[in-house]
Design a protein. Structure first.
Length: 363
């Protein structure tokens, strides 16, 4: 266990009927086993895989590293803005920005970890070509060019930083996010246009109808698939819904792994709609668009901040379609900003991991 112990917070269960009409809490607990039928050692830490990108994934990782040392982040690679976009355009590499943010979130709370977190997040300020480039982006790309291996390079950066977990790209192919958006041009509010690029989709003033990846059906990084299949828990979200969360479900190998894994799956909802991308979305609307993009996706738990759910019955009904129970907990910072508090979020994850289908605590 790294960092300070999470404050145990109140967690409220809203339990829907499970599939087949059974209450979700009566589903048989899965045996405490590792993949392949080997018994998992009592007291061992849970293997957790977190899927996402950007600041949402960083928030989840900052919480999860407090409760397990067996943590893997699988990161979207569709960013095309800022320093990442410039490096991608100039060198033809994967966009490194979200990978860098995940590594920074996994840095420890000691002087070594916090110093390196600041270093890799540092952006140059100049009048030249280095302006706004992040140090960590340059470091990651340099190692990619030196080693010729995305995973080996990221593992080496993690070792340098003393990261409490592993960071993997969801695909080794640079991806373009495209969206069908109604009213992207405010002068034509009823027309649907194709909007290209993650940065543009995230800031659209219109209503996003659906998203897809180019190239379609991209290959997943094998280590990412293996991590999902070998996990005890898979965490999806929070984050930019159309540009960071849903893209993982558009990679066929990852979606298949989510269907086949024996891991429990928890979806962590955002604290507030995102201007542009999900403006006006209710918590249950987030689930509805997730289901449209991945109709066969099953979940075990939907986690939401209790203050961000005005209609609990509607959220429960939406979660029921995934076979999931709803857990409500205070996970937001107390400063009024729509950001997760790492300790409160860690406490919520810790309680969920203990309560849902496991035999006793890991630690």
């Amino acid at each position: 266990m790294t960092g300070r112990a999470p404050r145990l917070s109140r967690l409220r269960r809203v339990v829907p009927e499970g599939r087949g009409g059974r209450p979700a809490e009566t589903r048989a607990a899965r045996p405490e086993q590792a993949r392949g039928g080997r018994p998992r050692r009592r007291g061992a830490q849970p293997k957790v895989v977190a899927l996402g990108g950007g600041m949402g994934l960083s928030a989840s990782l900052a919480a999860l590293r407090r409760i397990t040392g067996d943590l893997t982040a699988v990161v979207t690679v569709a960013d095309d803005g800022g320093s990442s976009g410039r490096l991608r355009d100039e060198l033809g590499v994967l966009p490194p920005g979200d990978l860098r943010k995940a590594l920074a979130a996994l840095c420890g709370d000691d002087d070594w970890g916090q110093t390196w977190a600041r270093v890799i997040q540092h952006r140059f300020q100049s009048q030249g070509d280095l302006h706004e480039h992040a140090v960590g982006n340059l470091l990651i790309v340099a190692l990619w060019e030196q080693l010729g291996d995305h995973v080996q390079a990221l593992d080496l950066v993690g070792k340098l930083l003393g990261a409490h977990g592993r960071v993997l790209p969801m695909s080794a192919v640079p991806l373009e996010l495209q969206a069908l958006v109604r009213g992207h041009d405010p002068g034509r509010p009823d027309e649907v246009d194709t909007v290209r690029g993650q940065a543009t989709v995230a800031l659209t003033p219109g209503e996003v109808q659906s998203v897809h990846l180019v190239p379609g059906a991209p290959p997943a990084v094998p280590e990412a698939v293996d991590a999902v299949l070998d996990a005890d828990w898979v965490v999806l979200g929070p984050g930019s819904w159309f540009s960071s969360v849903i893209p993982h479900l558009l990679v066929p190998d990852l979606l298949d792994a989510l269907a086949e894994t024996k891991a429990r799956r928890v979806l962590s909802l955002n604290l507030a709609p995102q201007p542009g991308e999900t403006e006006g979305f209710s918590p249950q609307r987030h689930l509805e668009v997730l289901g449209r993009h991945a109709p066969k996706l099953a979940l075990d738990v939907v986690l939401a901040d209790e203050a961000a759910v005005p209609d609990r019955d509607s959220l429960t009904d939406a979660a029921k379609r995934f076979g999931a129970a709803v857990e409500l907990a205070p996970v937001a910072r107390t400063d009024g900003t729509p950001r997760h508090d790492p300790e409160l979020l860690a406490a919520a994850y810790d309680r969920i991991f203990r309560m849902h289908g496991r035999i006793g605590p890991w630690r």
